[in-house]
Structure formats: C-alpha cells, structure tokens
Design a protein around this ligand. Structure first.
Ligand SMILES: *[C@@H]1O[C@H](CO)[C@@H](O)[C@H](O)[C@H]1NC(C)=O
Length: 362
C-alpha cells in the first residue's frame, strides 16, 4: 500500500515536471520594437499593449567586436526596463543589437565578428554584460543579413556559443537566464533564407522575429501600386504566409516564430486619380511613410481581404500599408498557423496606439 502511494506520488510529480518541460515557456508574444530615433520618449510608451518590448539598437563596434551603446542612447537604454515597467510590471524587455540602418557595411561587420572564435567571444561576453548592466531580460540579434554559406555556418557557431555562455552566466550568477532572440529576413524576396541555420536557431534561440514586410515597396515597384506586406499573394509567389512556410521548412517550428507587423507603409503617385486600386499604374514611388502620417493624410481607406492589406488614396497620393483591419487579420492568421505571436516595427510610428490595440485585441 505504501509503495503504491509512493508510486502514485512519484507519477504525479513526474507528470508535473513533464508538463513544465513541454508546455510553451513563453505565453503568446505581443511584441514591439521601440526605436531610439523615432522621437517617441520611452516614458510615453504604453507598455500595457505588449508582453515584450525590444529596445533598438545597441551597436557592434567593428574594432573590438563588442556590443556598445552610444552615448546619445545611454541614459534612455539604462532606464528603459524600469520606465516601461511603470505601466506594465510584467513586460519583458530585450536589448536589440544591430538593425537594418547600417546596410551592407554593418552586415559585413557582423559577418567578420562571427568568423573567428575570439571575436565571437567578445561579442557574446559584452552583450551579456550590457544586458545585465542595463537591466534587460534578454538580447536580440539583428544581423541584416547573413548572405553566404560561410555566414550560415558562422552564425550557427555564434548561436551555440551564445546559448552556452548565457546558460553558464545564469548558473554562475544565480539569475534567470537571459532570453535570446533574433530578427530575421521574412522572405526570399528580401534576402535568401537559405543562409540561416534553421536547426541551430531552433536549438539555441527562445524565439525568432520574422521581418515579414517590405516585400513590395514603392522603391522596388515604382510603376504600379502594391500591397507592401500581404499575408496572401493570389498573383505571385511571395507573401507573409509563404515566408512563414519557408521558415518552418528550415526546421524552425511555428511555435518559435513571431510575425512582423509593419507600422508603416509605402507611398506611390498615381498616374490617374480615378484608377486607384491595387496594381494601378503609378508615375513614381515616394518611399516609406509612418502609419501616423498616413492616417493624418486623411485619405479614403480600403481593406483588401484577399491579399490582407489596406490601401488609401487621395488625389494622386496612394499608400499601401496595414491599418487596423489588416493588422488584426494578420494576428488571427498567425494564431491559426500556430505561431508564437507577433511583433511591431516600430511602435513610434503608431497613431494613438491604434495598431497596437488592434493587434493586442485580435
Ligand atoms: C494604456 O492603454 C490602456 C489600454 O487601452 C489604458 O487603459 C491605459 O489608460 C493606457 N495608459 C496610459 C498611461 O495611457
């Protein structure tokens, strides 16, 4: 009888441990990047719309291969976590390193850092130090983009060594291990996804932010209006959904993927103000525009449910973008595909938190 009770107790404990091990370690992620150059003060972030906030960007020093924070950003970054927790005590914060702004030069500096054991160690050790000194819960790698077979194998080494170092630091310090994530290209239309090491990403990162936007920009397609980040593409190969399928094909499960929501769109000049649908002739592309500036243009808004995009027009001005309808539809679609969640790039472009709220409530 006693043995029976002990074995019941043991089985119950075993089941509890297994549940802890195999239940998703993260709740659904409702993420947003705060970009230091956006003009939005950290104290003005309404953190109640987010489970995770990414502070962008820390830099990679190409001489020392260390992660640094510029003197202009130092004060805001060091108080970021404390400030956003004032209105959401449970929000998780990550320090994001790199970004797209550095272009090919920065991409080459990441490639160089990842190519040698000692430079990877400089990057890894300094990243952990920056996260701890500035009170972040995790680190987010924004290398845009690995672009060769060599980059892929070096990125794999970097991720393995980063995970080992973070686990070691947690053991030594007694603190919860830092979260590790990466922002990655969202489609072969943007950068070849073949250059990502899927298995090493799955084994070493907590989650991945899939930058599923900029598929059809006004710079790339200046002669006709486009849906910049369509969930579906009834007329062609590339879409958000197709990018996610490719990521899963690389061996990263849906449960580790967050889909990117662009809080901006692209502007075109219509050839004819009366011909204002998707793929209408345009005379020129006029670049990226923040959501809040599209809203203040006061144009007539249309939702296209087959592509899952919004667009709006006024005179010859035409904007392709995600408004509340396409944003909330994408969040529902992401859930149906079993994704972990979503993230916004970037929250300083929202208009009175309209998109953040639509995504949060979807
Ligand atoms: C943040 O948003 C929530 C949800 O809409 C709202 O209840 C709260 O008042 C907002 N907080 C601030 C500081 O504006």
């Amino acid at each position: 009888m006693a043995n029976f009770k002990v074995s019941i107790l043991f089985s119950t404990l075993l089941i509890m441990v297994l549940q802890l091990l195999f239940s998703p370690s993260e709740a659904d992620i409702k993420g947003g990047y705060w970009y230091s150059e956006s003009g939005l003060a950290v104290s003005d972030i309404n953190a109640s719309y987010f489970t995770h906030l990414f502070c962008a960007f820390a830099d990679l020093d190409p001489n020392t291969n260390q992660v640094t924070i510029s003197s202009t950003n130092a004060a805001q970054f060091s108080t970021f976590t404390q400030t956003v927790r004032a209105n959401n005590p449970s929000v998780t914060t990550l320090l994001s390193i790199g970004g797209g702004g550095g272009g090919a030069t920065l991409a080459a500096e990441f490639a160089n850092m990842a190519s040698q054991a000692d430079s990877r160690k400089s990057f890894i050790d300094s990243s952990i130090q920056q996260a701890r000194e500035n009170n972040f819960d995790g680190l987010d790698l924004d290398w845009e983009y690995p672009s060769s077979d060599t980059d892929r194998s070096n990125l794999a080494l970097l991720l393995r060594e980063w995970r080992a170092a973070v686990d070691q630091e947690s053991t030594t310090s007694g603190n919860t291990a830092l979260i590790l994530s990466a922002a990655v290209a969202g489609s072969d239309q943007i950068s070849s996804l073949d250059y990502y090491p899927g298995t090493d990403i799955t084994e070493n990162l907590d989650f991945v932010n899939v930058m599923a936007y900029d598929l059809f920009t006004s710079d790339g397609y200046p002669t006709s209006t486009q849906p910049p980040a369509p969930w579906n593409n009834p007329q062609g190969q590339f879409s958000v959904d197709q990018g996610i399928t490719t990521w899963i094909g690389l061996g990263v499960p849906a449960s580790k993927l967050n889909v990117g929501l662009p809080f901006y769109g692209y502007k075109w000049q219509l050839a004819d103000p009366n011909n204002h649908g998707l793929f209408a002739p345009a005379t020129q592309g006029l670049g990226a525009v923040a959501y809040k500036d599209i809203v203040s243009a006061g144009a007539e808004v249309v939702f296209d449910s087959s592509f899952v995009t919004n667009y709006c027009f006024k005179g010859t001005d035409w904007f392709g973008y995600d408004d509340t309808e396409s944003t909330s539809t994408k969040v529902v679609d992401a859930r149906e595909r079993g994704l972990l969640g979503y993230f916004a790039w970037h929250i300083g472009q929202d208009s009175n938190w309209a998109l953040s709220e639509a995504a949060f409530n979807a």
